[in-house]
Design a protein around this ligand. Structure first.
Ligand SMILES: *[C@@H]1O[C@H](CO)[C@@H](O)[C@H](O)[C@H]1NC(C)=O
Ligand SMILES: *[C@@H]1O[C@H](CO)[C@@H](O)[C@H](O)[C@H]1NC(C)=O
Ligand SMILES: *[C@@H]1O[C@H](CO)[C@@H](O)[C@H](O)[C@H]1NC(C)=O
Ligand SMILES: *[C@@H]1O[C@H](CO)[C@@H](O)[C@H](O)[C@H]1NC(C)=O
Ligand SMILES: *[C@@H]1O[C@H](CO)[C@@H](O)[C@H](O)[C@H]1NC(C)=O
Length: 278
């Protein structure tokens, strides 16, 4: 009885190829073709590979049958433009629709020869978006910084789509936004691909007694999942005793010679951060 059961299980496992890895990027730039790869293995004793099919949503876009010509379907409407497949993997190139934030599903389906014609498939989703390639840029850090002085910083991001929303945190506290300003992020007009640059200035007065202020700019694209990158800037505040010493010896009476050290540390989120789940 036990022997029979184990034997039955063994049959089920060996008759299917197994998809080991489906490589579909999380975000796809519609300005260029995207490569997708399906990796699969067969166990010793498996029947031969019958075919590999790719689907975009529920439409078949590509078919590979060993020993036959590969076929592409629906090439005009965001299908596969070309493919390169063998008995271990099948890579295709697809064009994406310019519908930003659209979620497109890609399925790889692998079937084996008879008698059972076992079929396995795996699906992954891609979000059409041009994500930020760099961290936000913080400018305005040059100049002297001392107690009771106003600082104007500007945070900006290169053109992306959907455009990121920017948030400032001064010493970890989010910038106060008034109810009538629903969003302080400013955006450039769309370029020829629909991309927009974002920026957000902040003005604040140095009131802290500490010697240092951290200003953090967080840029988040409202994609599914959201894509975030951030930059931390550390501002050193010149100490008053030094300041009076320098200003006293400065004949021009200007604030020349104020000891100022400004350093910036850039925090790279090399990976997207999923702030909320899909
Ligand atoms: C496919 O491979 C995965 C990971 O190696 C394994 O967990 C799974 O049981 C395999 N499935 C089949 C049907 O062999
Ligand atoms: C091509 O795609 C359209 C929708 O994008 C779909 O209606 C049609 O059935 C597809 N054709 C094939 C052959 O899958
Ligand atoms: C993938 O397989 C499941 C069953 O395992 C099936 O319901 C689904 O329709 C398949 N998807 C595609 C796109 O063939
Ligand atoms: C902030 O940067 C943006 C983009 O470079 C620029 O258009 C804007 O004028 C700047 N704003 C301030 C207050 O510096
Ligand atoms: C940037 O600041 C945030 C919060 O203020 C902190 O969690 C993070 O570790 C900082 N990153 C770096 C590289 O200092």
């Amino acid at each position: 009885m036990t022997v029979l059961l184990v034997f039955g299980l063994f049959i089920v496992i060996v008759t299917a190829h197994n998809i080991t890895f489906l490589d579909v990027p999380q975000y796809g730039d519609p300005r260029r073709d995207v490569e997708l790869t399906c990796h699969y293995v067969s166990e010793p004793g498996d029947p031969a590979l019958h075919s590999v099919k790719w689907y975009r949503d529920t439409n078949e876009i590509f078919r590979y049958t060993p020993g036959q010509q590969t076929r592409t379907f629906n090439t005009s409407a965001g299908g596969a433009t070309r493919g390169s497949c063998n008995l271990q993997s099948c890579a295709i190139t697809v064009t994406l629709p310019r519908r930003y934030n659209a979620l497109v599903s890609f399925t790889c389906e692998v079937s084996t020869e008879g008698p059972r014609f076992a079929v396995v498939n795996q699906t992954k989703f891609l979000t059409v978006a041009v994500t930020m390639k760099e961290d936000p840029l913080v400018t305005g850090l040059a100049g002297s910084v001392q107690l009771n002085e106003d600082i104007l910083l500007n945070c900006s991001t290169a053109p992306a789509m959907p455009p990121p929303t920017l948030m400032w945190y001064i010493d970890g506290i989010p910038e106060k936004t008034e109810p009538w300003m629903n969003d302080n992020t400013e955006m450039s007009p769309a370029d020829e691909f629909g991309l927009r640059a974002s920026w957000r200035p902040i003005r604040f007065r140095v009131t802290t007694a500490k010697g240092v202020i951290t200003a953090r700019c967080e840029a988040t694209q409202p994609t599914r999942p959201p894509y975030s990158r951030a930059t931390n800037a550390t501002i050193m505040i010149a100490r008053s005793p030094h300041l009076s010493m320098f200003t006293a010896s400065d004949s021009g009476g200007r604030r020349a010679g104020v000891l100022l050290v400004v350093c910036m540390s850039v925090h790279i989120f090399s990976k997207y951060s999923a702030l909320r789940s899909v």
